[in-house]
Write a protein that binds this ligand. Structure first.
Ligand SMILES: NC(=O)c1ccc[n+]([C@@H]2O[C@H](COP(=O)([O-])OP(=O)(O)OC[C@H]3O[C@@H](n4cnc5c(N)ncnc54)[C@H](O)[C@@H]3O)[C@@H](O)[C@H]2O)c1
Length: 283
């Protein structure tokens, strides 16, 4: 198992900023790469605000907050990830974008570095094969919100070495999470089971079985779920949810994975959930 001390994160959206918090709290030196200078500045400001809230709530000491912030730097340059031992890619759920990024990263990072993806569904082997080091590529799939969710799926493409998987599982444990190992199949464990449920909730709304609010209330009150399917879709992001369903359908051709029209129309209308201010609910 390789020793890790510095972690790079590419992407500063919902997941990228959460991953930065998790890794920095675990003691790693973290470099977050955003495409723009503004994005890079925002990610550190968001982290600051999240940690300030934890200090105000008595869940974090002020000196710990300062130490965590001191371990995070942001950049708009991919080249600033050159010294990282592990780079986790967490950009938009789009295979061509991720493949191009892995090819570029491969040329920048040191030969020993491990490249990981936070993809929810895409074939990890395709990202591995976009590099000259397919044995050092795996999936490290965190859940949303990353600082709060315990599980991480470590995804083993057929190309990965045992050392890569062991190192990834060790990283996950150091981050205070429970890791499970899973083979490289669309949706891994959680999303392969979760997304037919979310998709069918939207189908149920289309059929007029109950209102959106009542379907959410039903799943909270009837199953003890912390939030209903529409609140969860808005939290995940409807564009990301649609991309996940499309990838699941492309792999398995199971009708349960065929995204229902309402979801596709909402994405076309830019109603992406919490991140855009409106999805199924308004924020
Ligand atoms: N949202 C979730 O609940 C969740 C949970 C686990 C994993 N994921 C996965 O994490 C990844 C990121 O998802 P997110 O929810 O943070 O998305 P997001 O929409 O919040 O952020 C996407 C990020 O990708 C960047 N980006 C967009 N187009 C790009 C391009 N062409 N090149 C480089 N960067 C680009 C954006 O600037 C942004 O930083 C996806 O692979 C997603 O499947 C998401």
């Amino acid at each position: 198992m390789s020793e890790l001390s510095s972690v790079g994160i590419v992407g500063s959206g919902i997941m990228g900023s959460g991953l930065a918090e998790v890794a920095a709290k675990a003691g790693y030196h973290v470099t977050v790469r955003s495409r723009s200078r503004d994005g890079a500045t925002t990610v550190v400001a968001t982290l600051h605000a999240a940690l300030d809230k934890q200090v105000a709530g008595g869940r974090l000491e002020a000196d710990e907050r300062d130490a965590v912030v001191g371990r995070v730097r942001s950049t708009a340059q991919l080249g600033d990830l050159a010294d990282c031992d592990l780079v986790i890619e967490s950009v938009v759920e789009d295979l061509p974008t991720k493949r191009a990024l892995f090819t570029e990263l491969e040329k920048i990072v040191k030969p020993s570095a491990i490249l990981a993806t936070n993809t929810s569904t895409l074939p990890v082997v395709e990202l591995a094969m976009a590099t000259e080091r397919p044995d050092q590529v795996c999936g490290i799939h965190f859940f949303n919100p990353a600082p709060a969710m315990r599980l991480v799926e470590v995804v083993r493409p057929i190309t990965a070495s045992d050392d890569t998987i062991k190192t990834a599982l060790g990283f996950v444990t150091t981050c205070g999470k429970s890791g499970i190992e899973v083979v490289d199949r669309a949706g891994f464990v959680v999303n392969a089971l979760l997304f037919p449920y979310l998709n069918n909730a939207v189908r149920m709304l289309e059929h007029g079985t109950a209102s959106m609010e009542d379907i959410d209330a039903a799943m909270c009150g009837g199953c003890n779920f912390p939030m209903g399917p529409f609140a969860l879709l808005d939290l995940v992001g409807l564009d990301t949810s649609l991309a996940i369903l499309d990838a699941l359908y492309a792999e398995f051709r199971d009708p349960n994975y065929a995204a229902v029209p309402t979801l596709r129309r909402k994405v076309a209308a830019g109603q992406l959930g919490r991140k855009s201010g409106a999805g199924f609910y308004r924020y």
